[in-house]
Design a binder for this molecule. Structure first.
Ligand SMILES: NC(=O)c1ccc[n+]([C@@H]2O[C@H](COP(=O)([O-])OP(=O)(O)OC[C@H]3O[C@@H](n4cnc5c(N)ncnc54)[C@H](O)[C@@H]3O)[C@@H](O)[C@H]2O)c1
Length: 329
């Protein structure tokens, strides 16, 4: 199998590449424009002849067509994130929606065997009922969510119209090693941890009762791989999550419990535009169709993340400077 991973130098993508590279027979092409992804996230594969890293912008239709030649399966993860979408919806549409269309048309021409579209729980918007199964109405609250849904709808239409073997995976909030803490790309768990390591306030936007279904990246990656290998889910969509609802306030306390030496306090600021209020996944379909079972609970996952940071070369003060960099909201 020759596998193309778009966004493979990013947070989830690079963890996925690590998992795929463990299989002896696979050849992997990592395609990334390195706008938020980092070369060091895939540097561990530099001496592996089965892993090739290519600089590619998925907005470039011809380049997408060229890289697709001879590919058997695609895991499409390249994305511009939610905070960028609030500043620049056109850029995010071009990458997340039109870029997906470029990949789908190239995949169709190449007759590929499987196209896994990595969507997002953000396509649901705020929960109108919980837990949220795949039939929960999609109602994105941000341009990011809208662009992810557009990509998803294109992907499923390519299955219905042309029979392209597409599977849509909707991961919920994923965290763990290599997650972004810097500037607009930064996510809540690394931001809280970096701040706690510096005795800086943990900033909660709103009252902190908003919830997420925090899923450790090894669980998300296992779910993506399982979905990519499951024939029964071709043309279908599946949630991948821990299946547990955790409020941001509880999360802040878990981070402080994990770092008891921290002198940080919790600080509240105005809610952010478009923030989802409630996310809690129903993962019955993943359990039934894939035999997927999440393994890592939130306290254990936060501890693992802190341990990983401490093992890697990190300078908490430099990280705090990056965390604050161009913080838009
Ligand atoms: N992180 C989460 O909590 C989460 C939750 C649900 C779904 N997802 C989905 O998982 C996927 C990966 O997300 P992530 O959190 O790892 O994000 P990320 O920003 O770490 O990774 C995205 C990658 O795409 C690359 N990229 C951006 N624009 C590109 C372009 N024009 N051409 C080529 N590459 C480009 C970036 O450089 C980066 O390496 C995305 O599809 C996202 O929607 C993420």
């Amino acid at each position: 199998m020759k596998i193309l991973v778009t966004g493979g130098a990013g947070f989830i993508g690079s963890n996925l590449v690590d998992a795929l590279a463990e299989r002896e027979t696979d050849e992997i092409i990592v395609a990334d424009d390195f706008s938020s992804g980092k070369r060091e996230n895939v540097a561990q594969h530099a001496s592996n002849p089965r892993v090739r890293v290519a600089e590619l912008d998925i907005r470039n239709k011809d380049a997408v067509r060229a890289i697709m030649r001879g590919v058997d399966a695609v895991y499409h993860l390249a994305v511009q994130c939610v905070r960028v979408s609030i500043r620049d919806p056109y850029l995010v549409h071009d990458v997340n929606a039109t870029g997906t269309l470029h990949l789908l048309t190239a995949a169709l021409d190449e007759n590929i065997k499987r196209f896994v579209y990595c969507s997002s729980s953000e396509v649901y918007g705020t929960a109108t009922r919980v837990p949220m199964d795949e039939e929960h109405p999609p109602a994105p609250t941000t341009p990011y969510g809208a662009s992810k849904l557009a990509g998803e709808v294109y992907a499923r239409s390519f299955f219905l119209t042309y029979g392209l073997p597409v599977t849509v995976v909707r991961p919920f909030n994923t965290y763990g090693p290599r997650e972004h803490f810097e500037g607009p790309y930064g996510e809540v768990i690394p931001k809280f941890v970096v701040r706690a390591l510096n005795d800086a306030p943990l900033v909660i936007f709103g009252d902190g009762t908003q919830t997420r279904d925090f899923t450790e990246v090894s669980d998300t990656v296992r779910g993506l791989c399982m979905a990519g290998e499951c024939d029964a889910l071709v043309g279908d969509v599946v949630n991948i999550a821990r299946g547990q609802e955790v409020s941001v306030r509880t999360l802040a306390q878990i981070v402080l419990d994990t770092l008891p030496e921290s002198k940080s306090v919790i600080e509240h600021q105005a809610p952010r535009p478009g923030d989802v209020l409630r996310h809690y996944a129903d993962i019955t379909k993943a359990r039934r169709a894939l035999g997927f079972e999440p393994r890592i609970a939130i306290r254990e996952g936060v501890k693992r993340y802190v341990d990983w940071l401490r093992r890697s070369e990190f300078d908490p003060r430099a990280m705090l400077r990056q965390e604050k960099l161009r913080n838009w909201e």
